[in-house]
Each structure stands twice: as structure tokens, then as C-alpha cells.
Write a new protein. Sequence first.
Length: 296
Amino acid sequence: MNAPTSPLALAQGLGRFDEAVAAAFAGAGATRHVRDRLIERVHAGGFDRMLLRSGANLPELPVAVERRAAVNSIDFAFEPLVLPGLSVAQATAYLRAVETSLSQVEAEGLDAPGPLWIDTLHHACVFSVLFQLAAHLRRRRGCDRIVLLHQGVRPEPRLDLCANLLARVHGIELVRLKLRPGWFPALARLLGPGSAVFYLTDMPRETLAPAARVRRGGMSRLELDAGGGTLRSVETVSGSAAFARRLGASHLALDYPGPGRVRIAPHDAARPARCPIEDWVFWPVLTAGATDRGVA
């Protein structure tokens, strides 16, 4: 009888790094052990063909940045496996700890008349950032309801955790609204002056079904800082400007213009969102349709 194939062996046979990580964790009991083994293999060069320097044609990217991107992907997949087991105090402390790694904050426009529509990105710390932003809006402007627009492709334990903690610790209702037929009228009914919408605008076209690409309509661009004066520009699907205008909402954007930095400012269609390449959750899709351009 053949021995069962190990999770890491299954992972090695897949073509995209995030898929390999998901396969390694799937059905694994000792998830911490799997995480440590994956990180060891990254640093040993065992996944190099799947990573940014080779797979995304970025040979000048420092190896340390490439491997940090890989570890971020591993931890993003590991996070929902361990967070549900934390106590309220432990989970709250974990989510608040993002202020240490993202310590430089530029904030403008948060006092605009409500409701607020805030575009944001799938940063490796996205759930911690949204938790902290919601808490800040509660303190600063009495915001008591956050509506998160999402694809609802699969269950997300981190949203369950955030909803529970926001309600218990801050008195905020987190409403998760799937982008399905009828979502816009439902959103309009939910909003008031003390509400805010969080909308993740950086879904690459490759991650959406064809029908969803047509339904969302609008397009935007995300610029990923790959170091050395190079940006990787990615086309994403978003109709946020039109949606915010129809709702009469003040339209803001949250992005990450550099390592350790968060920026919140009024939406400007002429200024693409920014994020360090190693911190963007979807970096494994970069071989499908991204283009490079030099930056002076």
C-alpha cells in the first residue's frame, strides 16, 4: 500500500503559490507545523519557481522581499485557522497589534459628511486594518454600522471574528453584504449618516467569474511597488465611484503607499491605489495580465 501523500508534497505539485499553501493546510491537523515547514521550504528555495522573481518576471526584486511576500501568503492562509481559538482579549490584542507594523498613518477626509464610502485593498493585514479603522470611526464620528461589500466566495472566519469583536468591544454592527443581484438597493436601505461602507476594490479580473466581471462594470488600477523604481500595474474590477455618487456618500480611499504606511484620503480617480508588492494578498496572480512600467 502506498503511503499517503504529505501536504507539502501536494503543495509542491501545484502551479500557483497561494494554491500550494491552501493545499498544504487543507485537512492538516498540526497547522502550526505545516506553517513552519512551508516557511522553511520558502527560505530553502523550494518554491522559487512560483515566487515573484521568476513567476512575475521581476529578477531584480530582492530575494528578501520575494520571500517576505511568500511568508505573508502563508500567514494570511494560517490566520483564519488559529484566530477563532483566541479569547476576546487575545483576538482584540492581535488585531490592534497592526499599529506596530503599520505605524505611519496619513488620514484626511474622515470628517466628511456621512455616510462614508471607503475603498480599500487586500493587504496582508486587511482584517486588522479594517477592525482598527471601524473602531476609529466609532470614536471619531460615532459610526455604529459598517457595511462590508464582499464576493462571498467562501466562508471567512476572520469576518465572523471581527463582527463579534466590533459588537462586543465597540458597539458597532458589521453587516456583510454579498455582491449578488439586488445588493445595491439593500445597501441603500442600510445606510444612514452614522454608517460607512468598506469596499475592497482590488479584485483582479482573473479571480472573478466572467459574469461577475461584466456585472461590476467599472475598472480601476492598482500600482504595486516592486522596489528599484518599478511599479507593477494591475487592472482591477471596481465601480465604486459611481456607487458612492448614487448613494450620496463621501468617497474616500485607503491604500498603502509604502512599507509601514497607511493613507486615507478623498478618492481621486487620477491617483491609482498603491501597495508594496510583498503585502498584496493576490500577488500570485501577477503572471496573468500585469504590465511593468518604469518610474522616474
